[in-house]
Design a protein around this ligand. Structure first.
Ligand SMILES: [Zn+2]
Length: 279
């Protein structure tokens, strides 16, 4: 098995990934110019999906490379790489904050008054705890420490959190149980995003929906900033969705995708989509 030296976590084994959308092995495909050794970003020759074709083991992907920590390392890396661009991107962020703030709470509580709601990659549970008490919070979280914290908080509100990888956690949840699900800054980290969406479909009620927030690889900023685009994180962002490829993967999992008027603006680094079960 191949290994990689990480700055913070020593030697870690790495595993090959076929295209997470169509299953094609893109080993022979030339890595894109956005690659950052040893992480190769590939565009699937079969379906066009963009992804890193290798990953750390699942646990290491989520737990050892804690998100906050990687964010800091990445910010530092970008700052060292090009100080001027870094400042520009901070200014861009400031400008974005002048727009009305888009929130998961707004997306979900704006559509339904209450019900069982599931947060994939729920962390310590904080995001769902801000919902009205008419919502019963549930979650799946790979980090044991964070899952335990979320579980305690969710149980006080009638729900619970499962400590597992998402695909496995979803298998333990009851069918048609959830009114809504939150996938916030999560699907880009997931080694098996299609498997997650397929299992999510099963646990959502027939009129249930999932709200997805992911970096938009189709954004103008990615083109302008190149490798310094904030959506690139090596290797913890494994999947690089565009509105088109997110819709295609969601369709394969039985969802219809709606972006609304502002969910996929090319001027934003992220996109927001509402996935509804068909029929
Ligand atoms: Zn593919």
């Amino acid at each position: 098995m191949d290994t990689v030296e990480t700055k913070d976590f020593g030697t870690q084994p790495i595993v090959h990934r076929d295209c997470p959308h169509c299953g094609r092995d893109n080993d022979a495909v030339v890595p894109s110019r956005y690659s950052h050794e040893p992480w190769h970003i590939k565009e699937c020759a079969g379906c066009g999906f963009v992804y890193i074709d290798r990953a750390l083991r699942y646990e290491a992907q989520f737990e050892a490379m804690a998100w906050e920590r990687t964010t800091k390392v990445e910010e530092q890396r970008r700052a060292e790489l090009r100080p001027i661009s870094y400042k520009a991107s901070k200014r861009t962020r400031f400008r974005m904050h002048l727009l009305p703030k888009r929130t998961m709470h707004g997306y979900i509580a704006g559509r339904i008054a209450g019900g069982n709601v599931l947060d994939l990659g729920c962390g310590d549970g904080a995001p769902l705890l801000s919902f009205p008490t008419s919502f019963t919070p549930f979650g799946v979280e790979i980090s044991s420490a964070l899952a335990a914290k979320a579980d305690t908080a969710f149980r006080a509100r009638g729900g619970y959190a499962i400590n597992a990888p998402c695909v496995e956690g979803l298998r333990h949840l009851p069918e048609h149980f959830f009114a809504a699900a939150s996938l916030r800054s999560y699907l880009e980290h997931e080694a098996d995003p299609l498997g997650v969406l397929q299992n999510l479909n099963r646990v959502l009620a027939p009129d249930g929906f999932a709200v997805v927030k992911v970096p938009n690889y189709g954004s103008l900023n990615r083109v302008v900033m190149g490798r310094r685009w904030c959506g690139f994180r090596y290797p913890d962002h494994l999947n690089y969705f565009t509105p088109k490829t997110l819709r295609a993967m969601a369709a394969k999992a039985g969802f219809a995708t709606a972006f609304g008027a502002t969910g996929r603006l090319p001027t934003s680094d992220n996109m927001w989509a509402v996935l509804s079960k068909r029929g």
